[in-house]
Design a protein around this ligand. Structure first.
Ligand code: UT7
Length: 333
């Protein structure tokens, strides 16, 4: 059995910075509310040239370069997103084309905020069995095109931002530890507490348009914010503990926790609950908002650039979101 390690990290965010004040010109909200409830000060919104796949490809090229491999060494692509370029096919195949590499397999992961950690788990298994040596794992989201930018949608729309992150997962050398374990969960009874219901196979666009109902918000993301928040703080803590226990480690062994950037208050709550110091937790939601499947790899890439994520560090990744799904990974970076 082989082991896998993260050999390169990269990210791309659009240039267009949208501040809380910018949003308050469109909807009835304000910087004070958004900052106090979420910690977010600004986010990026995609420009006309950006798509989930193109942002993912840009992040991927950086991760590949930093992994010290050639793009043609990539054996497999995994793309996690809830905001794909098309309803189908998924964006993985578009990345294969945009990178201009050979016809490797491309898998799309639909686990929303947990998508990156789910994808990491899948990639880890392929490398462990020896099937692949280098896997490109991307999390990319383009939320801005699908948000309800009216006061009606303010409880959701002020939170989300666009961007992409990527890692290359490679076969570890003899003696290297790399990914130690991954843990995944779901609870589908809460599927509609955080969801985008339409279009779906029973309600395609013509039906929605024929109904022409101005109050139909089923094609905007819906979130029962308070309910999600309460579940998030419980599940994050549980799944981090699960990862520690599986490896006979404790909270003090974590050099860096990179939680999915859902809400700064959620990250701070978990930090306090688990007794982690400020140095042990990385947050960048202040600058990017919640970028769903992209948030962990963007944070990993930024933390690495800032020297806060170092080779040999024990790193815990944890996520919670729509599904509900939640997941964690413990790794030696
Ligand atoms: O990443 C996937 C997982 N997602 C999460 O983990 C998100 C979890 N939930 C949250 O982060 C929080 O629930 C939110 C940030 C979404 C909302 O914060 P909250 O403290 O739960 O606020 P709320 O929804 O209970 O709303 C409180 C008040 C309401 O007004 P009333 O009814 O008290 O008069 C809302 O209408 O704040 C109002 N409100 C706003 N006011 C200004 C809601 N959104 C806004 C807004 N600006 N953007």
């Amino acid at each position: 059995m082989y082991r896998s390690k993260i050999s390169g990290v990269g990210h791309y965010v659009p240039d267009n910075v949208v501040t809380n004040d910018d949003l308050s010109k469109l909807i009835d909200t304000n910087d004070e509310w958004i900052t106090e409830r979420t910690g977010i000060k600004e986010r990026r919104f995609a420009g006309p040239a950006d798509s989930p796949s193109s942002m993912g490809t840009k992040a991927a090229l950086l991760a590949i370069e930093r992994a010290g491999i050639d793009k043609n060494d990539i054996d497999f692509i995994i793309f996690a997103t809830l905001s794909p370029d098309y309803y189908f096919p998924g964006p993985g195949v578009l990345v294969q084309e945009q990178l201009g590499i050979k016809e490797v397999g491309a898998l799309d992961v639909r686990n929303q905020c947990s998508g990156f950690v789910y994808g990491l788990s899948v990639a880890d298994q392929f490398i462990k069995t020896g099937m692949y040596k280098n896997i490109l794992l991307i999390g990319s989201e383009l939320h801005s095109g699908g948000l309800d930018m009216t006061t009606r949608g303010r409880g959701v729309s002020v939170i989300f931002g666009d961007g992409a992150g990527a890692v290359v997962l490679s076969r570890a050398n003899e003696g290297e530890e790399g990914i130690l374990s991954t843990h995944m969960h779901s609870e589908g009874k809460y599927a509609e507490e955080l969801a985008l219901i339409a279009p779906n196979t029973g309600r395609w666009i013509p039906t929605i348009m024929n109904n022409n109902d101005p109050d139909d918000i089923s094609y905007y993301p819906y979130m029962n914010g308070n309910f999600v928040f309460k579940h998030a703080v419980v599940r994050f803590a549980e799944v981090i503990q699960e990862a520690l226990q599986a490896n006979n480690k404790n909270v003090a062994d974590i050099d860096l926790l990179i939680p999915h950037q859902a809400n700064l208050r959620i990250s701070q709550f978990i930090q306090k609950k688990m007794g982690l110091s400020d140095d042990q937790v990385y947050n960048n939601i202040m600058r990017y908002g919640n970028t769903t499947a992209a948030s962990i790899p963007i944070a990993m890439s930024e933390a690495w650039e800032e020297g806060k994520l170092k080779r040999g560090d024990t790193v815990c990744l944890a996520a919670f979101g729509s599904g509900f799904t939640w997941a964690s990974a413990l790794l030696k970076f």
